[in-house]
Ligand binder design. Sequence first.
Ligand SMILES: *[C@@H]1O[C@H](CO)[C@@H](O)[C@H](O)[C@H]1NC(C)=O
Ligand SMILES: *[C@@H]1O[C@H](CO)[C@@H](O)[C@H](O)[C@H]1NC(C)=O
Ligand SMILES: *[C@@H]1O[C@H](CO)[C@@H](O)[C@H](O)[C@H]1NC(C)=O
Ligand SMILES: *[C@@H]1O[C@H](CO)[C@@H](O)[C@H](O)[C@H]1NC(C)=O
Length: 218
Amino acid sequence: MASVDKNQQVYPLAPAHEHPRSDEESANLQAKELKRKKRIKCGIYIAAFAVFQTAVILAFALTVMRVKNPKVRIGKLISIESMETNNTGSGVASFDLKFIAQVTVKNTNFGHYKFDNATMNFLYDGVIVGEAVIPKARARARSTKKLDVTVEVNSRALTSTTALGSELSSSMLTLNSQAKLKGKVELLKVMKKKKSPEMNCTIVFNVSTKSLQDLKCK
Ligand SMILES: *[C@@H]1O[C@H](CO)[C@@H](O)[C@H](O)[C@H]1NC(C)=O
Ligand SMILES: *[C@@H]1O[C@H](CO)[C@@H](O)[C@H](O)[C@H]1NC(C)=O
Ligand SMILES: *[C@@H]1O[C@H](CO)[C@@H](O)[C@H](O)[C@H]1NC(C)=O
Ligand SMILES: *[C@@H]1O[C@H](CO)[C@@H](O)[C@H](O)[C@H]1NC(C)=O
């Protein structure tokens, strides 16, 4: 008990708040300075975020939102159903063939491409010798739509068969296919942009083997 009393006497209660005013003020100033620094830091963060966001939006606009023209072409021939050619050598030449072509519509956009029915024309020496319908369809975003189209062509529309006769003599038959799709690329369900890609392919048949010799598209 005595020892406790002694302690109380040695350590009397400190007088309440005897700090000098100047100390309090400097602490206040320090707090203000800290707040200011925090505010500046915050401002820098906001500015950096704004710049970052602008960059993201710009990148988005330049990649995702940029609408590229889809590509339509004949990817390959699935099969040649029939091929008949005559070349009497006396200026009478003819052909009649039926084949299945695979039309591809390559869409590299970030939205789908929807197109209407389109007519695909086949020409020999600039003259239309047959046509086929590319059915309306939808190429999904960043994918290639494949459509098998049956084609029938013959030489009945040709007024002159001289060029055909000479080509058939070298056992070749060259056709040109042309088509123009009409459709829209749809982005984010709201933005629609019209796109009309064109096909221009050259198909070369080997008449003696009744097979495909060459297929090129522009
Ligand atoms: C080729 O000639 C034959 C007989 O001369 C005829 O039956 C055939 O229909 C002709 N083919 C074509 C493609 O004109
Ligand atoms: C597209 O073709 C299909 C079948 O060939 C036909 O039923 C439809 O009416 C066509 N649509 C247009 C817009 O031409
Ligand atoms: C298609 O391509 C050929 C060459 O391969 C060219 O001569 C022709 O003019 C083109 N046609 C169209 C309609 O672009
Ligand atoms: C047609 O095919 C045969 C066999 O592959 C080949 O020998 C011939 O050269 C081809 N014809 C042409 C015009 O390329």
